[in-house]
Design a protein around this ligand. Structure first.
Ligand code: C2E
Ligand code: MG
Ligand code: MG
Length: 699
């Protein structure tokens, strides 16, 4: 799973890198190309302005000569040839020069030497266009420029009145016009285009995609064609240059990431295998065994009743460790593991920790588990040799066949374990089969207690919190702390069983200390809330209970007012006086005292008066039927009335439905606790719950 996640992450990382690098490269190339296209447009626009200006200047240079108009009037062709026409015939200043009469007829035309019929070029349309642009006459007789379609293509034309610059006294319409024209020929455009790094400047009839185009308009604003060019694409060129090395780099990157993925996968697999393996013996550990028991094949076998387990506890390690040290002990553990595998080649063998091993059989072998288990004491008979010395080990063996209908793997192992514990406690050399009677026996309890002690030491215990809310509006009033144990061998263990075994053995004090310490730590989340802890009779019987209780709170900086203790009625039956004294003490400190599971004990209502209590918690067995049974409802009402008479708050436990909540709230219960409000919650969930409840009440 993790390996797949790593590979997935790397694949996504590669894809993101590819897409990002590719997109960046294309984006940059496109940006460069746009910049270059824009620059070429600016240059072309600038060039056009310059060209028109130059044409206008050249035209006016010739048209404004002082002696030109008199020569025209004299019809002095020789003078005009030599001084005007020479600009095209000899100097190639333009392709065609023409003088139009004031009425617009072509009078003189000069063409370059190659020009075959210059008069033909200045068609009537062209002449009309020239005359047309000269209509608006200004005082300075400035030159005009225009584009016109000639027989050989688009012409650029400069035109001015043939008269001195500030010629006055004659209306402009009576003066001749000098015009200078040149074709926008391919040769000319190529030459001009190269001036600013454009190779294909040309005139095209319609705009083409991929080409820049400026419309060429005649004097009527009609488009005659387009001045077109292909802009340089430096971005594309750069992209083409960098593409091969970039592709190679990305390929290399993906190869390296592929290698990382493969290695990561191997590493994760190795770590996964290591997490399931006992490093000393190479056998599977508890987790490995659980994984095996959880396989589909194993679950199928379980459903068919074809699974069995042998639990082995090897004795004698203390002697080995004391004599040859722990290294010697380790080598014996390895030898034991080897002998187990050799003795039970058909089994799935795991080391559960220390000197405990489990062998699991599936299929037909499971039926013969008794015969198979019998091999083990024999396998241990031979002495173990360490550092030249011989050690004799023994083992206690218990076994169990499938845990019965609906049985779980956890239960199967637990049964084999309890059978082994019986064999061990009875000093039995031969394997013992699990019997249901073992569960109720003293040995089972002792075994349970041992496991519980180890659980507290190993941090397997935790505390959950169940909200207690105000009946009126559902506001969280306090939380009850409840102990929980998830055993790696047995799964979630019933708190009732845990508490009763711990109470019998006196271990409940350690558990009580653990719960109180955890509550004090968690109270930082709830500075304005009270937490109730359950206190067992044997805890309260401790001589220094109140003093140590106070010290513990002080150590954690918790105010006694933040703690409530819950006691059951049987506490009040034995030694009532010392208990009452302690409770008085606690209440003086500010601790709230509740009587838990009220109604299930044997205390008389009268005796309750003599105990310093704050609250009564009516046991859930009296709440169960309140919504459906009138007598149950009446009983609950009378309990509430008793509490009222004793001036005690009432908490109703085990409220599971809305109907129950409504009935007992109507009966006057002040506080509710139960699955209807919330199940017991892990500390983080409880924090969130309290936060939500505060918001809801505030709203
Ligand atoms: P309790 O003090 O009466 O705690 C309430 C029990 O009722 C809890 O069971 C809780 O999970 C259960 N409960 C709450 N609401 C509902 C409901 O709506 N329906 C039903 N059916 N049950 C509900 P849990 O946690 O199994 O505890 C059982 C008993 O074990 C507790 O009864 C308490 O007497 C004892 N216990 C739990 N934690 C501790 C502890 O830390 N120390 C001591 N000394 N005893 C504890
Ligand atoms: Mg309680
Ligand atoms: Mg209770």
């Amino acid at each position: 799973m993790l390996a797949r996640q790593i590979t997935g992450c790397i694949a996504v990382g590669c894809a993101i890198t590819f897409v990002t690098v590719g997109a960046m490269a294309f984006w940059m190339a496109d940006k460069y190309d746009r910049q270059a296209a824009s620059a070429s447009r600016t240059m072309m626009a600038g060039h056009a302005v310059n060209a028109w200006q130059k044409l206008a200047e050249t035209t006016s240079d010739y048209a404004w000569r002082n002696d030109a108009l008199p020569a025209y009037r004299r019809k002095d062709k020789l003078w005009l040839d030599a001084n005007i026409g020479r600009a095209v015939t000899e100097r190639s200043m333009a392709e065609i020069m023409v003088i139009l009469s004031p009425t617009g007829e072509v009078e003189y035309v000069w063409g370059q030497s190659g020009e075959e019929n210059p008069r033909h070029t200045i068609s009537t349309d062209v002449a009309t266009a020239i005359k047309h642009v000269m209509q608006p006459w200004s005082r300075d007789n400035s030159a005009r420029t225009l584009l016109a379609r000639g027989p050989g293509g688009v012409l650029t034309i400069g035109a001015a009145r043939l008269a001195p610059r500030n010629h006055e006294g004659e209306p402009p319409g009576t003066l001749p016009i000098l015009a200078v024209a040149s074709y926008l020929s391919s040769a000319r455009l190529l030459r001009e285009g190269r001036g600013f790094f454009i190779d294909d400047l040309s005139v095209i009839p319609t705009a083409e995609p991929g080409k820049e185009a400026r419309p060429l308009r005649d004097i009527n604003d009609q488009v005659m064609g387009y001045l077109a060019w292909t802009p340089k694409r430096p971005g594309r060129e750069l992209l083409e240059t960098i593409f091969p090395p970039l592709a190679a780099a990305l390929l290399l990157f993906s190869v390296v990431m592929g290698m990382v993925a493969v290695r990561g996968q191997r590493l994760v697999n190795a770590l996964g295998a290591a997490a399931r393996q006992d490093p000393l013996t190479g056998l599977e550990n508890r987790k490995g065994l659980n994984d095996f028991l959880d396989t589909a094949a194993c679950r199928d076998a379980m459903a068919r009743g074809q699974v069995a387990a042998i639990y082995v506890d090897v004795n004698g390690f203390k002697n080995v460790n004391d004599t040859v040290g722990h290294q010697g002990g380790d080598s014996v553990v390895c030898e034991v593991a080897q002998r187990l595998k050799d003795a039970l080649p058909e089994a799935h063998v795991a080391r559960m920790g220390g000197d405990e091993f489990v062998a699991v059989f599936t299929g037909q072998d499971a039926r013969h588990v008794a015969r198979l288990a019998a091999r083990l004491p024999r396998a241990m008979q031979k002495p173990f040799e360490v550092a030249g010395m011989e050690f004799w080990m023994s083992c206690a063996v218990g076994y169990s066949q499938c845990a019965g209908e609906g049985g779980s793997a956890v239960e199967l192992i637990r049964r084999a374990d309890i059978a082994m514990y019986n064999a061990k406690s009875l000093g039995q050399k031969e394997p013992l089969a699990y019997q249901p009677s073992m569960d109720a026996g003293k040995l089972e309890k002792k075994h349970f207690e041992n496991k519980l002690r180890a659980a507290l030491a190993n941090g397997e215990l935790r505390v959950v919190y169940q909200p207690i809310a105000r009946a009126r509006d559902g506001a969280v009033h306090s939380l009850e702390a409840l102990v929980r144990w998830r055993s790696p061998d047995w799964g979630d263990v019933s708190p009732e069983k845990l508490v009763s075994v711990a109470e019998e053995s006196g271990f409940i004090r350690e558990i009580g200390d653990f719960v109180l310490a955890r509550v004090c730590e968690d109270l930082v989340h709830w500075p304005d809330l009270r937490i109730a802890v359950n206190v067992s009779p044997s805890q309260l019987r401790e001589a220094n209970y109140v003093r140590t209780f106070r010290q513990k709170l002080k150590k954690h900086g918790v105010q006694p007012g933040q703690i409530e203790i819950e006691l059951t009625e049987n506490v009040l039956l034995n030694d009532p006086l010392p208990v009452a004294r302690k409770l008085t003490h606690l209440r003086r400190l500010g601790v709230t005292v509740s009587l838990d599971d009220f109604g299930t004990g044997f205390s008389s209502i009268g005796s309750l008066r003599s105990f310093p209590l704050d609250r009564l918690k009516i046991d859930r067995s009296f709440i169960r039927d309140v919504a459906t049974d009138a007598r149950a409802a009446a009983l609950a009402r009378s309990f509430i009335a008793v509490a009222d008479a004793l001036r005690l708050d009432v908490v109703c436990e085990g409220v599971e439905t809305q109907e129950q909540a409504q009935t007992i709230t109507a009966s006057g219960a002040a506080f509710l606790q139960g699955y209807f409000l919330s199940r017991p919650l892990e500390v983080d969930e409880a924090r969130a719950y309290v936060g939500r409840s505060k918001k809801a009440v505030a709203a």
